[in-house]
Write a protein that binds this ligand. Sequence first.
Ligand SMILES: Cc1ncc(COP(=O)(O)O)c(C=O)c1O
Length: 112
Amino acid sequence: MKHVYLDNAATTRVRDEVISKMQEALANNYGNPSSTHSFGRTAKTAIESARKTIAKYMNAHPSEIIFTSGGTEADNMILRSAVKDLGVETIITSKIEHHAVLHTRKKWKPMG
Ligand SMILES: Cc1ncc(COP(=O)(O)O)c(C=O)c1O
């Protein structure tokens, strides 16, 4: 029987070329990008290069590209920042939104 994956809203299959790039980075470019030694500088260069590439494809400035560890961190960061730093007063969500969005919104905007 042929299986068809239909849960791409949750997660998607990783393309082979992405796996290959990730394996290469994990094996050879594991320095801490915040470190000033050569391993760190090499990692930092790779990250900044990726940031520029992504920004170009998204027609954005590299400074607008923020890497997070996952969806929950990204949701929290952007919602908190919108309220705290940008003064956003209304956040519209729906009942089907992910808990990472709903719970963060409730904590920061309990009225809506
Ligand atoms: C909108 C949204 N936020 C958060 C998550 C959770 O992501 P993570 O497990 O990477 O924190 C998901 C996962 O599907 C999501 O769709």
